[in-house]
Design a protein around this ligand. Structure first.
Ligand SMILES: Nc1ncnc2c1ncn2[C@@H]1O[C@H](COP(=O)(O)OP(=O)(O)OP(=O)(O)O)[C@@H](O)[C@H]1O
Ligand SMILES: [Mg+2]
Length: 341
């Protein structure tokens, strides 16, 4: 399916988010953290877009901007073509019900003083999606959907394992019948076997309910497993976005290549391949490098990279849905093809 035949559910247009940096005994603003800088992408109905990048690259901030938990400094989010925030405060048509978020830390995202039943029914009652009579039945249906027994209704979040609590988080997100769920590292705190169960649940729910996901993650393997397309973030910007398989087999940005090379490979034949190893730390987002922000760590950087910010554009030798922000992407791709021969 090509991009033109699909319906856009959500569009991020030039999203920016700056946080003020305050210092002093009488705190005053001395600068700003550029957490998100000029982020543009579209989310198509029914797809999963993975969002990866190092810690501090702005992934969670993008997630919070999309659900309206924070207001952007510049840019806008369009949901079904309408700017976010211009909707009725309650009810089924409300944007708040159509966008939901699942968090990594289930201890802090589920109220420890409320029973699971109350956690699930409170948002539905607020938005008048259930009556007091139908709330219990609906909550039990949600619990069954995420693989928990109806008896979980009466219990408190601390009485569950991490994986089970994440199922409750998913059930709560599903309770408002959303179109889009932002999953912010939903499996990072879980052990590997439980990760697989939750990832499978996320995929199954998508097929059953036609959900759209933005899946934020650190582990490339988990992101690859659930995503149709993947966007790579570096220091607040998207540096590459492509169909998941294409991003792995033909990374066009040196940062993406380094991320792919850092992932363990099971195939012994590929162990001896040339790897890009990143040196140094992610720079400060208060004073980001000039030009291409990756240039101080890039093994292929040239003088132009320190001066001119590259735009996120298609590469001539790749399909049009593979975009990258690198001045020398074509040269890097050519070298990759030579190495592969
Ligand atoms: N509320 C806030 N106030 C000030 N700075 C913030 C705030 N939230 C995030 N930041 C800063 O914005 C940048 C991006 O943070 P964000 O949490 O989006 O990164 P991330 O990619 O999700 O990282 P991680 O993978 O560790 O979760 C960081 O430099 C962070 O310190
Ligand atoms: Mg985060």
């Amino acid at each position: 399916m090509n991009d033109t035949s699909r319906t856009i559910l959500l569009q991020a247009n030039g999203l920016c988010k700056d946080y003020p940096v305050r210092q002093g005994i009488i705190p005053h603003t001395v600068g700003s953290i550029k957490a998100v800088e000029d982020v543009n992408f579209a989310l198509y109905k029914g797809e999963t877009l993975g969002l990866v990048g190092e810690s501090g690259s702005g992934k969670s901030t993008v997630g919070r901007l999309l659900v309206g938990l924070e207001a952007p400094t510049a840019g806008q989010v369009l949901l079904n073509g309408q700017p976010l925030g211009l909707q009725r405060p309650r009810g089924r048509g409300n944007q708040g019900t159509r966008l939901q978020m699942v968090f990594q830390d289930t201890f802090s995202s589920l109220n420890p003083r409320k029973r699971v039943g109350d956690i699930l029914t409170a948002p539905m009652r607020y938005h008048r999606l259930v009556t007091p009579k139908t709330a219990w039945r609906e909550a039990c249906r949600l619990l069954e959907m995420v693989g928990l027994p109806a008896a979980a209704y009466e219990r408190y979040p601390h009485e569950f394992s991490g994986g089970q609590r994440q199922r409750i988080g998913l059930a709560r997100a599903l309770s408002l019948k959303p179109e889009l769920i932002i999953c912010d590292e939903p499996v990072s705190a879980l052990d590997v076997s439980i990760q697989a169960q939750i990832l499978n649940l996320i995929r199954d729910l998508q097929q059953e309910m036609g959900l759209t996901y933005l899946f934020i993650g650190h582990g490339l393997a988990a992101v690859h497993y659930v995503s149709h397309r993947i966007a790579v973030m570096y220091l607040g910007r998207i540096v590459e976005i492509a169909p998941a398989q294409a991003l792995f087999t033909m990374p066009a940005h040196p940062y993406t290549k380094a991320l792919c090379d850092a992932a363990p490979v099971a195939d012994p034949a590929l162990r001896g391949r040339e790897r890009t190893v990143l040196a140094g730390e992610i720079p400060s987002s208060i004073q980001p490098p000039t030009g291409c922000q990756f240039h101080p760590r890039c093994p292929h950087a040239q003088a132009l990279c320190a001066r001119v910010q590259p735009q996120l554009l298609p590469c001539a030798s790749l399909p049009p849905d593979h975009l990258t922000a690198c001045h020398f992407a074509e040269a890097l791709l050519g070298k990759g093809r030579e190495d592969a021969v």
